[in-house]
Design a protein around this ligand. Structure first.
Ligand code: BGC
Length: 750
């Protein structure tokens, strides 16, 4: 220990300003461990300073309670004042599920890059790209002066294709969601900005989300959504975890001691847990359960972690140690990501917009999924004489999802004035026009547009073209679920009518979830572009013309109809809270809505595993996606290396690009357990292959996917026996190769 530290730690000397000035406080010494520095920092704080750090305020004027926002706040979802005497920066907290948001234009004119939706990011199956995506968001955050992102790790599993927020999540598989979230978190945090894994946990539906109780057994929970979070937290080490609105097994997530203790006790989690906005319901219960920070306190019925917490500590209902631990965790995270040593500030330098938008476009190009391509109608030739583009505001932009993740794009969002203007709206499009990008790639082609509102007009346009591209959109947003899987309005009729012209028809979907496609057999190609982000237009055009060979895969199984999903009926689905988000009281008026969901229905068998268990054939399964080339798996060989305590298992897969174009395949290795439970993804790797090229690729298999959780032993175990190992083009395909692997019983400590 440095002599200066010994001086400073003596309380006598701390009070002697002349000496204190001449020495370096322990917490400033970056050569010491983060633990030691954070501990010393907490010790140096007054009780008032500690209490100040555990509550954030809403950072937008006119929020609930109509408070004004402190002038130091940048304007965003949340703000916690700093403690300058200790060098603790203010926590400037912004939403960023897909990019840095600017709610209600609180920072006038501040626009940002939006990544494509989570289905696309996860559909790339490329953790390196997820890291780049996170890094880009971290850069844009830091540049604006933010140091806490409410995003970077949306690891809720997709269980229902109606969920309004699925576009913020990373699919239905724990391994993919966990790994992609972890990589994205690391990318964000490489920029000295805290990322948040959210929303913890089980937000399978949005309907009645402020109250709904998600009921699930411990084993099923640990092997599904909690496994995704476990991977995200252990590998990504997010500075923050956000607890959810919904209850889990009877207790609100943010005062649920099982949930709040799990990361801290079992996953070696050192960061803090903050609430969602309006998700705090108590003082003692929450604090003692393990909550560390109340967020956007004006959204709660009262400030629970202010005077009430002070009183509870004075009365001994919450220990001083608990408060100290809350504060320790917050400052630990700020230090750990470098937000303490490299405080963010609002930069006046120009940002590298082109580089940031290029990351978003790259994600889109790698994650958009080609669902159908009859007679190789795609890719299009730039020599085509006439293209009819119909619908989806494709002349102007691409759709985005709504709610707190809504980004304001450079150039301004295009608002659908005919639909809701209030939160979670307005229904917005990013100004990245697929039509303009198509015209740019085919400068000699006559490209015409019809809105699609008038079916006859659209049919007339298509009849005189060589090919028709119909853009169909469906808006999803936070706060409500879709009532069904239908496309809104006249879009199905429009597509049917255009298909009847006999011209080649390509449908490009911009949706937040799978949709029913009654016209599927009558069109030639379908591209699922989800919500493709602020550079969606060029990404779509590049795929349509083959400048990019599609390689995205579905991370959500696509049902034939709602009757196939685990909860075909959700009371109140489709009910959009036609209220301002800020009007908290009205949320509680929805007591006619679903009050609990039995998640044990699918339990740990989420998505494709549910279909396998129920012997249902979906329209497309998890992992599905076409390419302009073809691949053949030629060999699979599994190698075990248990010499270390890592239990390393590798599948070596030999794959050949048997087509005429360069392309990328996602090698997916699944395992069928000896206990007969449905197959599970064990490992994946995206690989580029030149036309005709053969490669042998090593795919690491994750022990967590081979094991099952034993609640009575609080342990994970790999069953002894024979495992069937498959390499398949998608989860439920019977194509591909199979081998077997024998494993002895292995205990994996929790
Ligand atoms: C959302 C969170 C978001 C928060 C702050 C809530 O409505 O559920 O994901 O971070 O608002 O805007």
């Amino acid at each position: 220990m440095k002599i200066s530290h010994i001086f400073l730690m003596s309380s006598m000397l701390v009070s002697m300003p002349s000496l204190a000035l001449s020495v370096e406080p322990v917490w400033k010494d970056s050569s010491l461990s983060t633990e030691a520095r954070a501990k010393a920092l907490v010790k140096a704080m007054t009780q008032e300073e500690k209490l100040q750090l555990v509550v954030s305020r809403y950072g937008v004027h006119g929020g609930p309670g109509n408070e004004s926002v402190p002038k130091e706040a940048l304007g965003s979802a949340g703000y916690v004042p700093g403690i300058p005497r200790l060098g603790i920066p203010a926590q400037q907290i912004t939403d960023a599920s897909l990019g840095i948001t600017n709610p209600q234009n609180v920072r006038p004119g501040d626009a940002a890059t939006s990544l494509p939706s989570g289905q696309i990011l996860s559909g790339t199956f490329d953790p390196d790209l997820a890291y780049e995506a996170g890094q880009m968001m971290g850069k844009e955050a830091y540049h604006r002066g933010f140091n806490v992102l409410l995003g970077g790790g949306g690891a809720v599993l997709v269980r229902d294709p109606r969920n309004g927020r699925n576009f913020e999540y990373l699919g239905e598989d724990s391994l993919v969601a966990g790994n992609m979230a972890a990589a994205q978190i690391q990318g964000v945090q490489s920029q000295h900005v805290i990322a948040t894994a959210k929303q913890f946990a089980f937000g399978a539906i949005e309907t009645n989300r402020m109250k709904v109780d998600m009921r699930i057994g411990e084993k099923e929970a640990r092997e599904s959504d909690l496994l995704a979070f476990e991977i995200a937290v252990k590998q990504g080490k997010p500075g923050a975890i956000m607890c959810a609105y919904n209850k889990v097994n009877g207790d609100y997530s943010c005062e649920n001691s099982y949930l709040l203790q799990l990361p801290k006790k079992n996953w070696a989690y050192r960061g803090y847990i903050l609430t969602d906005w309006g998700a705090t319901h108590s003082t003692e219960k929450s604090a003692n359960a393990g909550l560390d920070q109340e967020s956007g306190a004006s959204f709660d019925t009262k400030v629970f972690f202010g005077k009430d917490l002070k009183r509870a500590i004075a009365k001994g209902e919450v220990s001083q140690g608990r408060l100290d631990n809350m504060v320790y965790r917050i400052v630990y995270s700020l230090m750990d990501v470098g937000a303490y040593d490299h405080p963010s500030y609002k930069s006046n330098q120009p940002e590298d917009v082109a580089a940031n938008e290029a990351v978003s476009q790259k994600v889109a190009e790698n994650g958009i999924v080609l669902l159908k391509n009859s007679h190789n109608v795609l890719p299009l030739s730039p020599q085509i004489k006439k293209i009819a583009i119909i619908g989806g505001k494709a002349d102007q932009g691409v759709m985005s999802g709504g709610g707190s993740s809504q980004v304001t794009a450079r150039g301004g969002n295009i608002i659908d004035q005919t639909r809701t203007q209030i939160w979670p709206g307005p229904v917005s499009y990013f100004p990245s026009s697929p039509m303009k990008a198509i015209q740019a790639l085919a400068p000699n082609t006559k490209v015409d547009f019809a809105t699609g509102n008038n079916i006859q007009e659209a049919v007339a346009l298509a009849s005189h073209a060589d090919v028709a591209i119909v853009f169909a959109t469906k808006w999803s947003a936070e706060g409500f679920d879709s009532a069904n899987l239908e496309l809104f309005g006249n879009q199905n009729q429009l597509i049917e009518a255009v298909a009847k012209t006999g011209k080649p028809v390509i449908v490009v979907l911009e949706t937040g979830n799978p949709v029913e496609m009654p016209w599927l057999n009558n069109v030639d190609a379908v591209v699922e572009a989800w919500y493709p982000g602020t550079s969606g237009g060029p990404a779509i055009a590049n795929i349509l013309f083959g400048k990019v060979n599609p390689s995205g895969r579905l991370t959500t199984t696509w049902p034939k109809a709602l009757s196939q999903v685990p909860y075909p009926y959700i009371a109140g689905a489709g009910h959009m809270p036609a209220i301002q988000k800020l009007n908290v009281k009205q949320y509680s008026a929805h007591n006619q809505l679903v009050s609990s969901v039995n998640l044990n229905e699918d339990g740990a068998n989420v998505g494709y595993r549910w279909y396998e268990q129920k012997r249902l054939t979906p329209l497309y399964s998890f992992g599905y996606g076409l390419s302009y080339t073809t691949f053949k798996y030629k060999k699979i060989n599994v190698v075990k290396d248990f010499t270390s305590d890592q239990h390393l298992i590798t599948a070596n897969v030999t794959i050949e690009n048997t087509g005429k174009r360069d392309g990328a395949d996602v090698i997916q290795v699944y395992g069928k357990m000896p206990d007969g439970t449905p197959s599970r993804l064990l490992g994946f790797k995206k690989v580029d292959l030149k036309a005709g090229e053969t490669k042998t690729v090593a795919v690491t298999l994750f022990p967590a996917s081979l094991s099952h959780y034993l609640p009575e032993k609080h342990d994970w175990e790999i069953n002894p026996g024979s495992y069937e190992i498959f390499v398949r083009p998608n989860a439920l395909s019977t194509d591909g190769l199979k081998t077997t692997m024998h494993l002895d019983k292995i205990d994996l400590p929790d």
